[in-house]
Design a protein around this ligand. Structure first.
Ligand code: ADP
Ligand code: MG
Length: 229
């Protein structure tokens, strides 16, 4: 099954030249893809299109065999809640909610992610956080009182809960020290194997590259030259 299918995609920010021009990209079920590219080359922008936060200027994105980029905003929100775990570069945690409530958030918006866990929601949140070395004492604190590295791990647990078929991670280890990075990567790979999850992982950290079965560089996918079309 094809999980991500990009055709003739272009994107530019308002009043900016074309940033992305990607004729085609296909990612199949279960593939673990490492995407790299220089800072400012459009990696986060591409992920925002795959998450449906922004829409392509032209072209289409199909996700799990659905015409994702032509769904309405409400349908895209529902699709994302049911099918996608997303670790943003800027975490996007809700600062006033506790750690555990942040992790459980996607389940509030998705019946399928809730049902998968069969009433074991808080236990599952705790299991993920424990594997990420987040102390129990943190669980009920507002997430804004945690260190940046701890917040990044909360974001990771939130993306993984309910085992969505597609996981998108934007430099998810940037704020982690060596031990926490190992714990995170081990958990991530374990969860992916368990559920045959598809993973698209953006990183600068070349030492992680060998863990992935596919390696892409944005510069070789992207034909945009930074000039106005
Ligand atoms: N919300 C936005 N509005 C306008 N321009 C943006 C926005 N986000 C990113 N950009 C621009 O798009 C380009 C690519 O940025 P980004 O996708 O964040 O690159 P990367 O993730 O590869 O570092 C940069 O020139 C950046 O300034
Ligand atoms: Mg980025």
């Amino acid at each position: 099954m094809t999980i991500i299918e990009i055709s003739d995609l272009t994107f530019h920010w308002p009043k900016q030249p074309t940033l992305l021009d990607i004729p085609s990209l296909t990612i199949r079920r279960g593939e673990k893809t490492f995407l790299k590219g220089p800072s400012g080359s459009g990696k986060s922008t591409l992920l925002s299109l795959l998450a449906g936060i922004n829409l392509p200027t032209t072209g289409t994105i199909r996700l799990l065999d659905q015409p994702f980029s032509s769904l309405s905003a409400t349908q895209r929100d529902r699709f994302r809640a049911d099918n996608m775990g997303y670790i943003f570069q800027m975490f996007n945690l809700l600062p006033y909610l506790s750690v555990i409530d942040n992790v459980l958030l996607p389940c509030r918006f998705s019946d399928s992610r809730r049902q998968l866990l069969n009433g074991q929601l808080p236990q599952e949140a705790r299991r993920l956080l424990t594997q990420l070395h987040l102390p129990d004492a943190c669980l009920h604190r507002p997430v804004s009182t945690l260190s940046i590295g701890q917040q990044q791990r909360v974001a990771a647990a939130r993306a993984l809960i309910g085992r969505p078929p597609l996981l998108i991670a934007d430099e998810p280890t940037s704020a982690l020290d060596h031990d926490n990075r190992e714990a995170f990567i081990n958990l991530l790979m374990e969860e992916c194997e368990r559920q045959n999850m598809t993973l698209l992982f953006v990183s600068h950290d070349a030492s992680l590259e060998h863990l992935f079965d596919r390696h892409l560089s944005l510069s070789s996918l992207n034909r945009a030259t930074g000039e106005y079309a």
